[in-house]
Design a protein around this ligand. Structure first.
Ligand SMILES: Cc1cc2nc3c(=O)[nH]c(=O)nc-3n(C[C@H](O)[C@H](O)[C@H](O)COP(=O)(O)OP(=O)(O)OC[C@H]3O[C@@H](n4cnc5c(N)ncnc54)[C@H](O)[C@@H]3O)c2cc1C
Length: 373
C-alpha cells in the first residue's frame, strides 16, 4: 500500500519537527523552504532547550519530551550539543524568595535545587561572586548550536526518514490537497504550514483573525572566551519575571515592583539577560522584546548596552568583545503557547511557539501528529 503524503511548508524548527513527527506516523513527507537555507528565528536564537522556563505539567512535560528527542537526534547525528544545565544567579533576598518558592513547588518534578554561592561559583567560571546569595540550579537545560544544526537536520531527516527537502522554493498558494510552487502543483493528503513570522503569504486572513503578533529580539555574540568552557547557561533575576514557570508565584509581584523602579529601561524594552556558550567558546547574549506587526529594521545600540549593563550584574566579565549582533523575529499568540489552526480541510497551521520553539517544537509536533492537541 502506498504511504499517505504530507507537505510541510517551512524548514525552521517547527517545520522540521512537524516533518519528523509525520514521518514517524508513516507519512511520506516533502518540505518546501523558500530560502536556500532556513534563516529565520530558528537560526537566530540562543540554541537553548530550556525546560526550566516552562510551567510544570503539560508544558514542562512537552519540553522534556523535546529534550529527549534532541538528545536522541544529537547522539545519532553526531551533532554538537551541551547538556550543561542552567543557573539563575541570585543577589537579593526577593530573588531568593522567588527561587525558594519555585523550588518548593517544583523540586521533585524537575531535579532543580537552590545551591549556595560557593557551589554556584564552582559550577560557573564567569558568575559574579560579589554579594552572590545563591543560585537556582537545574540540570535539564541543553544547548545546541542552532545556526549549524538547523542547516544539518534536513540531511539527517532525509537519511533517517526519507523526507525530501526542496530549498529555494516559495509556496505561493495552498488549497486542500494542493500546494503551488512556481505555478507547479504538488498534491498531498495533509499540508502543514510552518511559516514562522510570515503571516502575509499563506492564509493571511486566518493569521489576521487569530490576533497573532510578532516579536523582535536583539542578540549579540562575543569573541571566544579565553578560558574556554564557562559552565552552565546563565541568567540573573530578571529572567524570573520572564518565563511562565514563575508567573504564578506569590513572591513574584514584589520582585517585579523593585525591577520596575531599579531596571526601568530594561523592563521597558522587555530585556532579561541569558548567556549560552557556543562550541567555539563564544558567548551568545540577549535579549530584548519589542512587539508589533512591523519593526524598525535597524538595531538599537542602546538596547545592546542595556543588555550588557545587566549582564555585568551577574557575571565577572570585564571586557565583553562583541563580534556579532543581529535581531530575530518570532510569532506569538498573546496568552497562548502555540497557534494551531485548520484553515481548510487537511491544511494545518503550526506556529506561534514564541520564545520557546527550540524547547517545545519536537514535543508539540509529536502531540499534534497524535491528535493530542
Ligand atoms: C533571538 C531569538 C532567540 C530565541 N531563543 C530561543 C531559545 O534559546 N530557546 C527556545 O526554545 N526558543 C528560542 N527562540 C524562539 C525560537 O527560535 C522560535 O520559536 C522558533 O525558531 C520558531 O520556529 P519557526 O519554524 O516557527 O520559524 P522560522 O525559524 O522563522 O521558520 C519559518 C520558515 O518558514 C519559511 N517560509 C515561510 N513562508 C514560506 C513559504 N510561503 N514557502 C516556503 N517557505 C516559507 C521561512 O523561510 C522560514 O525558514 C528565540 C527566538 C529568537 C528570535
Amino acid at each position: 500500500m502506498s504511504k499517505n503524503k504530507a507537505i510541510v511548508i517551512g524548514a525552521g524548527i517547527v517545520g522540521l519537527a512537524a516533518a519528523r513527527a509525520l514521518a514517524e506516523k508513516g507519512f511520506k513527507v516533502k518540505v518546501f523552504e523558500r530560502n536556500e537555507q532556513a534563516v529565520g528565528a530558528s537560526v537566530r536564537n540562543f540554541g537553548m532547550v530550556w525546560p526550566i522556563g516552562q510551567p510544570k505539567g503539560k508544558l514542562f512535560d512537552r519540553a522534556m519530551r523535546s529534550r529527549k528527542i534532541w538528545l536522541d537526534i544529537c547522539a545519532k547525528g553526531k551533532f554538537w550539543h551541551h547538556p550543561n544545565g542552567s543557573l539563575h544567579l541570585l543577589y537579593h533576598n526577593d530573588e531568593m524568595a522567588v527561587a525558594e518558592e519555585f523550588m518548593m513547588a517544583n523540586h521533585e518534578e524537575r531535579g532543580c535545587d537552590i545551591i549556595t554561592a560557593k557551589q554556584a561559583l564552582q559550577k560557573s567560571t564567569i558568575a559574579r561572586a560579589d554579594e552572590l546569595k545563591g543560585a537556582l540550579w537545574s540540570n535539564t537545560e541543553l544547548i545546541v548550536e542552532s545556526r549549524e544544526i538547523i542547516g544539518q537536520l534536513p540531511a539527517y531527516l532525509e537519511e533517517k526518514y526519507d523526507i525530501s527537502f526542496k530549498f529555494g522554493k516559495a509556496v505561493t498558494r495552498v488549497k486542500t490537497g494542493k500546494v503551488f510552487v512556481d505555478e507547479k502543483k504538488y498534491e498531498a493528503d495533509l499540508i502543514v504550514v510552518c511559516s514562522g513570522a510570515d503571516f502575509e503569504t499563506l492564509y493571511p486572513e486566518t493569521f489576521a483573525k487569530s490576533g497573532i503578533t510578532k516579536c523582535k529580539l536583539q542578540m549579540m555574540r562575543t569573541e571566544a572566551m579565553p578560558k574556554g568552557n564557562v559552565g552552565p547557561s546563565l541568567c540573573g533575576g530578571l529572567t524570573l519575571t520572564h518565563y511562565g514557570a514563575f508567573a504564578d508565584l506569590k513572591s513574584l509581584p514584589a520582585l517585579k515592583k523593585r525591577y520596575d523602579k531599579q531596571w526601568t529601561e530594561q523592563v521597558k524594552w522587555g530585556i532579561h539577560v541569558l548567556v549560552s556558550q557556543s562550541p567555539n567558546m563564544e558567548l551568545t547574549l540577549g535579549d530584548s522584546h519589542e512587539y508589533g506587526q512591523v519593526f524598525d529594521p535597524f538595531d538599537k545600540a542602546a538596547i545592546n548596552q542595556l543588555v550588557i549593563d545587566y549582564l555585568k550584574t551577574f557575571t565577572n566579565l570585564k571586557a565583553i568583545p562583541i563580534s556579532q549582533s543581529w535581531n530575530g523575529i518570532y510569532a506569538k499568540l498573546p496568552g497562548k503557547t502555540e497557534f494551531i489552526a485548520e484553515p481548510e480541510k487537511g491544511v494545518h497551521i503550526l506556529n506561534g511557539l514564541s520564545g520557546a520553539g527550540m524547547t517545545l517544537s519536537f514535543g508539540l509536533a509529536e502531540e499534534w501528529a497524535e491528535g493530542a492537541v
